[in-house]
Design a protein around this ligand. Structure first.
Ligand SMILES: C[S@@+](CC[C@H](N)C(=O)[O-])C[C@H]1O[C@@H](n2cnc3c(N)ncnc32)[C@H](O)[C@@H]1O
Length: 292
């Protein structure tokens, strides 16, 4: 085989991969429209079980240590919760401490906080199906309850909780200033807010370049996210509420969480049955919709 034909075959393969990726992107994108569209997305992902199949009850990145080490995919997710507890100093708080888990998903964090640290946890999510599944996954005796509530307008009175906790819910919020205010409003004076989110670089300093823009856009479109904050931008919003006592402390966990991305892809390769089942479910739904 001469060199030009190798290049041609290489280009054809790249073109085919790009086409498959574009089709998958167009078929699976769930762009943000409203709180209802986010709720519908999580209801659908909960009913088809795809996220739980691959990620268990933690819909967030894993923590692989500093420096990162090879780790079981699900262990890394539970470790993320324990790292966040330590980082926020929550491991020094007494049993019975009240915690609000904002955007609680299937309640993975809430159950760890209740079981391992003895906290009294309330988890809220915009998705009724997640509440139902979180309740099913919570054994009797675990001090964690789950409710549907909107983080943009929480139904709790001012100063209700000792700790407010949130993992990877922020990118779903259409107004980050209101989100920041709600998180701090329901916190008791002297309480602790701990938040971990996907963030983008502060583009007031260095704008996203021509290839970063589509990468970030597909992360928005695939996951019903209206926009990402930056670490700097969101800490400024928290400070601007006037409700934060002292400095807002931040940390960048890019390095310890980075292996999650390749690990997620790897899980799809070694456990393809989740995606195959999903494709089968999608085709049954399609044929079901054709029936009168
Ligand atoms: C990526 S998941 C993270 C779930 C959970 N924190 C975890 O780490 O497993 C984002 C969560 O935010 C919730 N969420 C999105 N928008 C919300 C809103 N406006 N109010 C309350 N929860 C919301 C979703 O329903 C989902 O449970």
């Amino acid at each position: 085989m001469n060199l030009p034909s190798v290049i041609l075959i290489g280009l054809a393969c790249l073109g085919a991969i790009a086409m498959v990726a574009t089709i998958a992107y167009l078929l699976t994108a769930r762009r943000y429209q409203s709180a209802d569209s986010v709720a519908n997305s999580y209801d659908a992902w909960t009913e088809d079980g795809i996220l739980e199949f691959y990620w268990g009850d933690h819909i967030h990145l894993g923590h692989y240590g500093s420096p990162p080490q090879s780790k079981d995919f699900l262990t890394a997710k539970a470790d993320f919760v324990h790292e966040m507890v330590r980082w926020g100093g929550l491991d020094t708080l007494p049993a019975g401490t009240t915690v609000l888990d904002v955007g609680c998903g299937l309640g993975g964090s809430s159950r760890i906080l209740a079981q391992d640290y003895g906290f009294a946890v309330t988890g809220v999510t915009i998705s009724p199906q997640q509440v139902k599944r979180a309740q099913e996954l919570t054994a009797a005796g675990i001090n964690a309850q789950f409710l549907v509530d909107d983080a943009m307008d929480l139904s709790f009175a001012d100063g209700s909780f000792d700790v407010v906790w949130s993992i990877e819910a922020g990118p779903h919020m259409p107004d980050k200033a209101i989100f920041a205010k709600e998180l701090l409003r329901v916190l008791k004076p002297g309480g602790v807010l701990v938040v971990a989110d996907w963030n983008q670089r502060d583009d007031r300093q260095i704008p996203l370049n021509f290839w970063e823009k589509p990468v970030m856009q597909q992360l928005l479109d695939q996951w019903s996210h209206p926009a990402f904050s930056s670490i700097e931008g969101f800490s400024e919003l928290l400070a601007a509420t006037g409700l934060a006592a002292g400095e807002v402390t931040t940390a960048d966990w890019t390095i310890p969480t980075l292996p999650s991305w390749l690990d997620s892809i790897w899980q799809g390769i070694i456990r393809p049955e989740g995606l195959v089942d999903l494709a089968f479910l999608a085709s049954s739904n399609l044929s079901g919709k054709c029936l009168p």
